[in-house]
Ligand binder design. Sequence first.
Ligand code: VG1
Ligand code: CO
Length: 545
Amino acid sequence: MNIRHITTSPFSDQKPGTSGLRKKVQIFQQPHYLENFIQSLFDTLPEPTQADILIIGGDGRYYNRQAIQIILKMAIANGFHHILIGQHGLVSTPAMSAQIRKYQALCGIILSASHNPGGPDGDFGVKFNLRNGGPAPEKFTDAVYEAACTIKEYCLFECDDIDIDSLAEIQINETHIEIIDTVSNYADFMQHLFDFDAIRALFKSGRFHMLFDAMHAVTGPYAKELLQRRLGATEDTVLNAIPEEDFGGGHPDPNLLHAHKLVARLFGANPPDFGAASDGDGDRNMILGRHIFVTPSDSLAVMAANIHHLPGYRAGLAGVARSMPTSRAVDKVAEALGVECYETPTGWKFFGNLLDAHKITLCGEESFGNGSDHIREKDGLWAVLFWLNLIALRQQPVREIMREHWRRFGRHYYSRHDYEEVDSHAAESLMTHLREQLDSLPGRHFGDYQLQSCDDFCYTDPVDNSISEHQGLRFLFADGSRIVFRLSGTGTRGATLRVYLERYELDPEKHQLDTQQTLAPLIQIAEDLARIQHFTCREKPSVIT
Ligand code: VG1
Ligand code: CO
């Protein structure tokens, strides 16, 4: 047997964040770093039985291939009998979730830092999902961290690198390895959820043109298969379709800043009817129409209001959930439909329990993520297909769909202001400064706005009663406006302060205003409350979405 036991010692910085362990590539490349974390994961999982499957894949970023070889050799040494690997090492996050569920796998390891840039100087990450297809719950990630803090040894099977580019089955030692095509599996799955005939007819009419920006990340092959091959969109539909290790030098984050070329097309002369983009690992989405950007929070609300028209969701909604900072647009829909709306902390892992318990059908986050009970992750292309199906059914442009939605439910003007890479201590001080005021602020007036309540968001999971504290500071005003402050759990340098701003407007005459202007008074209040300029030493946010 070629199993080597290698002596190691713990690293102090392996605590998983909002979604897995995310660090600079150079950190992951340190001797034993990836190995320690993976061994800690394997030690926390139940001992694999003959039937247990492990799936490995990533978003194709720099270090993906090397990491897969390391994990593969460790998995063989750790007694996994059956391992599936995405061809070329590629598996999008939603496709991973779908595969885990399809094969009832024990665990899926996703190598991705999601929307963070890649390349030798970029970021790398490891996420792990368990049997239900979703990110491991906090109890599990805490246990992995504990194991990582005391690790003394890991083991590795010594063999040549394995060819992950051809679809094949390989036997090594006691382990059966299969290289699988997750693209066609995922596309087959989507076909059951949406009315492909209706979408095909829409493209065939010749009156509808769309652009999808894969941002040189993992969704390129999936989007080409679905949109161009199966749905008949023209060959020029998918942009930047080839996954690259550095995402073509770009930042694979589908928002107004990083997908600005696509945005310019939709807001320029002769725009296509519909535009969409997704992130590094394919779980995020951005939706655009002619001269209109649909905020992710609004997208969730529109989905909730229309979901029962779609083939996979004829039974309607069991309930909905949104992360706390996500705008309350979906709450209005839930109220009108008489279904429960849950408010969870940021990060997809909190939706898993609600989905498993059939308490919700649909969920989403303001950070360009929506999903449903079809898997246990957010799903970028799924959201795009949802919108295409909706447009095909309603025969209306995106702008018209939004206008009608706001007329019925009111409009939530919404924006997120991010201050990236600020000094970690300064960011903590800002949060402490805010926390110290929580008791004294309610009732106070800020110009026309009266603060009704504020708190440090604490979530009690309605399924397993687990408690998650300090999930962000909420400031609610008498007119329904809201400001939320929280620190990111996915950054890899310094701290990122996120300020979420929201104002509700019922009057249809006021549904076409400029978002930043409409939110200007709240932006000022956020500054007054948190002294952002003072603490961060920044005059303006790094990113506004
Ligand atoms: C960010 C988003 C959050 C999302 C997370 C993972 O986290 O705000 O909504 O769930 O990224 O998304 P944070 O802690 O930086 O705010 V992804 O696309 O990395 O899987
Ligand atoms: Co992502």
